[in-house]
Design a protein around this ligand. Structure first.
Ligand code: G4P
Length: 284
């Protein structure tokens, strides 16, 4: 997947989302439960302000359950509807319809009072690339039909997917960009696999990841890499991990790229367990 981050593409993506919004009652905004703020489009609140919305904290299976709870309270306090979700296994899926009905009750009651026959809720899934939009659409539609790829610039005819009797979903999601120009947001997105390594320097991502683990999950860092203590400085920490993983070349030279790659790969494949890279209250 190549994401093209030119202003023209962004404007087009935004326009397409705005067009889709005219057709629907509710937005399901997918964010990554491991980084619920960094995995949002910076302008999303403004873009979808005209529509009711539920934030779906997807990939909750990969996030720290304790932190996900904190996020749910955070959103609740702000009066924002949010649900945890694992679109891959389907866990949490059953909660979407009941909450949608609550959110839309007034609108549908109003329509009914005007004599409009009850109809299915029309919904749009929105989110940054790789957050799980296609997985969720496929799950809801129970078949493989959302293979659109990440092409913010491609226009396709709108198709509706029936989800039971009570929801109709646009089959192509709204794809928006993350706040990629902020380096910290970039590292978080890279370490979780939302953006590809080539955009950012591999070693920089690994340095971010190690500092983060040192600070937030020191025991897991120690356990995974068999460290007795965590060195204060980042280079000795790299060196120790490299040594334990056979990433030291002849002459004792550490292969920092190889070490960085394995650190990132192991985090992404959950070898260090479920991790959350953002907590409510932290500035991003
Ligand atoms: P997108 O349409 O928003 O771009 O995302 P997509 O559904 O393609 O999902 C991106 C990756 O995330 C996929 O992995 C998908 O299986 C995984 N995924 C989606 N939802 C969940 C979830 O709730 N939990 C977990 N653990 N994974 C989820 P992939 O096909 O292996 O792609 P990749 O690993 O090459 O990125």
């Amino acid at each position: 997947m190549a994401i093209q981050w030119f202003p023209g593409h962004m404007a087009k993506a935004r326009r397409q989302v705005t067009e889709k919004l005219k057709l629907i009652d509710i937005v399901y905004e997918l964010v990554d439960a491991r980084l619920p703020l960094s995995s949002r489009n910076p302008m999303i609140d403004e873009i979808v302000s005209s529509k009711p919305r539920i934030i779906l904290l997807n990939k909750a299976d990969m996030a720290d359950a304790r932190v996900t709870k904190e996020w749910l309270s955070y959103f609740k306090e702000k009066g924002i509807h949010a649900l945890p979700l694992d679109a891959q296994s389907g866990k949490g899926l059953k909660d979407i319809l009941p909450l949608s009905k609550i959110v839309l009750k007034e609108k549908f009651d109003r329509l009914e009072a005007k004599g409009v026959r009850p109809r299915a809720i029309r919904a749009l899934i929105i989110g940054i690339p790789n957050v799980g939009k296609s997985t969720l659409i496929n799950r809801l539609a129970k078949k493989n039909m959302a293979k659109t790829g990440d092409r913010p610039g491609v226009t396709t005819a709108q198709q509706w997917v029936k989800v039971g009797k009570e929801i109709e979903l646009l089959d192509t999601p709204g794809i928006l960009w993350p706040k990629f120009e902020d380096p910290l947001v970039g590292y978080k997105l890279a370490v979780t696999g939302a953006i590809k390594d080539t955009i950012l320097n591999l070693q920089d991502i690994a340095v971010y990841a190690l500092n983060f683990l040192k600070e937030n999950y020191p025991d897991r860092l120690k356990d995974r890499f068999g460290l007795e203590d965590i060195p204060d400085e980042i280079v000795p920490l790299f060196d120790e991990i490299a040594e334990r993983r056979g990433a030291v070349m002849s002459g004792g030279i550490v292969d920092y790229d190889k070490t960085s790659e394995l650190i990132i790969r192991e985090i992404r494949s959950e070898k260090l367990g479920p991790l959350s890279f953002e907590k409510p209250g932290e500035e991003i």
